[in-house]
Design a protein. Structure first.
Length: 321
């Protein structure tokens, strides 16, 4: 972790000497075992950059905020596809972006880690030892086995080393996902329920939704300049609608199903929608369901195809005629 952090700081400083205008990475949070997005605008700010197993944010979406600047961004394996998606859909100019890849040994669930470490101990260093993270604290050393403390998405990850990057820092990380684990296992369990039970399951989840739209705001696939949920409302009225919108189960279902179809075939599986959900709705279940259906219907998406649901081919299945 320390080695990657030092390499990040050195690379960022060099890029600013070469004309970089913005470096998007991570810094330590204001509370223990926390990292947050960090934006360095000048070389003197690069010393705050870090990388550790709490850097779970996908930083790709922030690139759209700096469309005309020479920007560098840090990506993990599960993030790199989001940059590629935004470029493919002409939201970004790839020639103005430097993508910095970092090998990822998995991201840790903060709450579980803090429950294991001494409450009055300060974390001084973190070392990745393949199957475990070793925490050096002011109260001694603590070894946390990855299988017990990794985020759920990391346990099914098969792409922890980013591809298509301009610079790769450090050595490739060994796989962190459990061998043979089916990423669609939970989806299959839900799909096997009878229709009333399946409907009740989704109703229970969607009834919690606040329609805060955090999932939309953070999703790299939700990159429209104007969202369809606001297109029918004049600009001068949108503020009032945003503040006074009624939250009902039918409206919640409508929002999430429409959004899921809009990102179907374009979702990169980063799981940011779940991370930011304030009521912890497992939104990736819905995304994985559609991803599995698309794979079954159309097979793997060719690299030159923007999205299977935005592309027509005469050989597509046409069972409704």
């Amino acid at each position: 972790m320390k080695e990657i952090t030092e390499m990040l700081q050195q690379v960022a400083a060099r890029l600013f000497n070469e004309g970089l205008e913005m470096f998007i990475g991570y810094e330590s949070g204001s509370v223990p075992a926390k990292a947050r997005p960090y934006f360095a605008a000048v070389q003197g700010e690069t010393a705050a950059l870090v990388f550790n197993p709490f850097c779970e944010h996908n930083l790709a979406k922030y690139l759209v905020r700096f469309p005309n600047a020479k920007t560098a961004v840090v990506v993990k394996g599960c993030d790199a596809g989001a940059v590629e998606r935004l470029v493919k859909e002409r939201n970004l100019d790839r020639t103005r972006i430097t993508v910095i890849g970092v090998p990822c040994g998995g991201m840790l669930a903060r709450e579980r880690v803090l429950a294991e470490l001494p409450q009055d101990g300060k974390i001084t260093a973190i070392t990745d030892r393949r199957d475990a993270f070793v925490f050096q604290t002011s109260k001694g050393e603590h070894v946390l086995e990855k299988k017990a403390f990794l985020l759920a998405k990391c346990l099914i990850c098969t792409q922890n080393n980013p591809t298509g990057v301009d610079l790769m820092l450090g050595k490739e990380a060994p796989p962190v996902g459990e061998t043979g684990k089916d990423p669609y296992a939970r989806v299959k369990e839900i799909s096997a329920l009878d229709p009333p039970a399946r409907a009740a399951f989704w109703d229970r989840l969607m009834d919690r939704c606040l329609r805060c739209y955090a999932c939309r705001e953070v999703c790299p696939a939700c990159s429209c300049t104007e969202c369809c949920f606001e297109q029918a409302v004049p600009g001068w009225q949108q503020g009032a609608i945003w503040l006074s919108k009624a939250v009902t189960l039918p409206d919640n279902l409508h929002y999430h199903v429409i959004r899921a179809f809009h990102v179907a075939g374009r979702c990169t599986g980063c799981g940011e929608c779940e991370r930011v959900c304030p009521v912890r709705i497992p939104l990736m279940l819905l995304n994985r369901k559609l991803a599995g259906d698309i794979d079954e219907l159309y097979g793997p998406t060719p690299p030159d195809v923007p999205s299977v649901l935005c592309t027509y081919a005469t050989g597509d299945r046409d069972e409704f005629t």
